[in-house]
Design a protein around this ligand. Structure first.
Ligand code: GAR
Length: 189
């Protein structure tokens, strides 16, 4: 797809930003329907911000404690700049119902479990504690209920006997990096 025709996307992060990196890499490929216009972080010390700044993507660290004000500012920016996709990539804040309703476009999230199993936090430990054979990751549309929107794609990852939440998270994260681009291709195909 030619650069100028691509759908403008914003990526929201809170930490390392490895999914942001994977999305950015994908966005530069010819087949990508999106380009990344903006990165928003809920944490000014997020490692992912170093990456986005290095790549000269407009990057903002915002304080979500003042949620209403901040969300309205973001909405205005997105509208003005014709951003039509928000990718939540390790974004650990919950967007308000108002924000989700008002944004004119799609919001998608990556979650490190096989939803509807293990919504919320500590997904890997909960899967291990329950002696599940598989865990994995999910890309889903964001609706007004936490981790509950329509599923776009999932990838299963086997839980090994000796897995700790850390080792499992690491293997799942590798799959996340492939799944997010795949889901975006599926959305716009
Ligand atoms: C990823 O595993 C992502 O699925 C998870 O946070 C990690 C962020 O890693 N997201 C959630 O738990 C959302 N509830 P990253 O910053 O390296 O992309």
């Amino acid at each position: 797809m030619i650069g100028t025709n691509k759908i403008k996307a914003a990526v929201f992060i809170s930490g390392t930003g490895s999914n942001l990196k994977a999305l950015y890499k994908f966005s530069l490929t010819k087949k990508s329907p999106i380009k990344i216009d903006l990165v928003i972080s809920s944490d000014k010390n997020a490692k992912g911000l170093l990456f986005s700044k290095k790549k000269k993507i407009i990057s903002k660290a915002l304080n979500f404690k003042k949620k209403k004000t901040i969300e309205n500012k973001i909405l205005k920016y997105l509208e003005k700049n014709n951003v039509r996709l928000i990718c939540l990539a390790g974004f650990m804040k919950i967007l308000s119902k108002n924000f989700i309703k008002k944004f004119k476009g799609e919001i998608v999230n990556i979650h490190p479990s096989l939803l509807p199993k293990y919504k919320g936090l500590n997904t890997h430990q909960r899967a291990i504690d329950n002696k599940d054979k598989f865990s994995g990751c999910t890309i889903h549309y964001v609706n007004q209920k936490l981790d509950s929107g329509k599923i776009i794609l999932q990838k299963r990852v086997k839980i090994l006997k000796l897995d700790t939440s850390k080792s499992l998270a690491k293997r799942i994260l590798k799959e996340e990096h492939k799944l997010f681009p795949k889901a975006i291709l599926k959305m716009y195909s």
